[in-house]
Write a protein that binds this ligand. Structure first.
Ligand code: F6P
Length: 373
């Protein structure tokens, strides 16, 4: 049986993508060596996510060279140790109502002879995968996003590396903050989910953590900080998620420009909050935006491993012809879920379970509430 698998990465890049590409490729090509299966598997990378599949002209050799990269064991051998995505990425939405390219995308899949597609992405990329599957395409998904906001999986590629970046950067700030007696406001990514701020902030030992799921009161933040200083501490770290907002106010965006999926880029809350806190408390304050640094660097051990496990599982789904699914990590095991379930809602922080609204930080009790209590 002939298989030609196309792999693509869409949306924001992150660490762990190259590991997943490597392990899809290796696992798929390994099946050619498995005696008795009669398989003939080929793997190609599609450049720049869904953009590659819509822009490619399958009859033009130059266009094919630009958008389609044949992959083999030798090419991907070292990829797992590098961050970003060697296939490139984009935020192209073939189903953008302003310019619907979905049929062209489906026609190109056929013309390229692709028998299946592995789409590695977050909510947006996988929503396209789901729609293409509904059009009859054979698609499987691999979850990635530093925001860890995909439903139905306990892990998304890139999250662990981003958490490590936050921890390391806050550690660096801690020494300068202490030396200068300053308050630092550190803005982290995560869009509408507070996981990166909450878990990054806890790992880094932040004093206050502000998340999109709980609108904060600026005066309360200020008085918690003043109380800390009254104990004699010399500095403070506030971690604020880019999507967090003060009570009665709107989220802060860098600009009003939206991408093909209708998302505007968040950013700026760290700066405005720092100014406001300095005014109220009188503490000398600086702000730092960790921004895309959280998506960069070499992948943590966990992201390399999860890329490997997800990549292998994606090929399992293809060989079992179990399409329209996303590989997932649930309850400590690799499994898979329908793409529909992965994208039907955002996975955000359950404030009642994980966030202390009095201390504006992680909860202090890890015991699950007694049933019926
Ligand atoms: O979804 C991943 C993410 O890094 C978000 O945390 C952030 O809001 C967004 O992407 C930034 O997008 P861009 O790379 O387009 O600036």
């Amino acid at each position: 049986m002939n298989h030609k698998i196309g792999i693509l990465t869409g949306g924001g890049d992150c660490a762990g993508l190259n590991s997943a590409i490597k392990w899809v490729t290796k696992t798929a090509l390994d099946t050619n060596l498995t005696a008795g299966k009669g398989l003939n598997v080929e793997v190609v990378g599609i450049r720049d996510g869904w953009k590659g599949l819509t822009e490619v002209d399958p009859n033009d050799p130059a266009s094919l060279e630009k958008w389609v990269q044949p992959l083999d064991e030798l090419i991907v051998r070292t990829w797992d140790r590098y961050g970003g995505t060697n296939l490139g990425t984009s935020r192209t939405n073939p189903f953008n109502p302003k310019n619907d390219q979905s049929q062209k995308c489906a026609d190109n899949i056929k013309a390229l002879g692709l028998t299946s597609i592995v789409a590695i992405g977050g909510e947006d990329t996988l929503s396209v995968a789901h729609k293409l599957h509904n059009m009859g395409q054979k698609v499987v998904g691999i979850p990635k996003t530093i925001d860890r906001d995909l439903n139905a999986t306990d892990y998304t590629l890139g999250y662990d590396t981003a958490l490590n970046v936050i921890t390391e950067e806050v550690d660096r700030l801690r020494t300068t903050a202490g030396s200068h007696n300053r308050l630092f406001v550190v803005e982290v990514m995560g869009r509408h989910a507070g996981w990166l701020a909450l878990e990054g902030g806890q790992a880094a030992g932040a004093h206050i953590i502000l998340i999109p799921e709980h609108d904060f009161d600026v005066d309360k933040v200020a008085s918690l900080l003043q109380r800390r200083r009254s104990f004699g501490v010399r500095y403070d770290i506030v971690v604020v998620s880019e999507g967090a907002k003060a009570k009665g106010r709107e989220e802060v965006y860098i600009s009003d420009k939206a991408d093909g999926f209708g998302h505007k880029v968040l950013g700026g809350i760290g700066n405005s909050l720092a100014k406001e806190l300095e005014k109220i408390t009188g503490f000398e304050t600086r702000h730092v935006v960790l921004s895309h640094i959280q998506r960069g660097g070499s992948p943590s051990a966990r992201d390399r491993l999860m890329g490997r496990y997800f990549g292998i599982a994606a090929v399992d789904l293809i060989l079992e012809e179990d399409f329209g699914r996303m590989v997932a990590y649930r309850n400590g095991e690799i499994s898979s879920v329908p793409l529909k379930q992965a994208i039907e809602k955002l996975y955000v922080v359950d404030v009642n379970k994980y966030y202390d609204v009095e201390r504006l930080n992680g909860i202090r009790s890890s015991l699950a509430p007694k049933s019926g209590a």
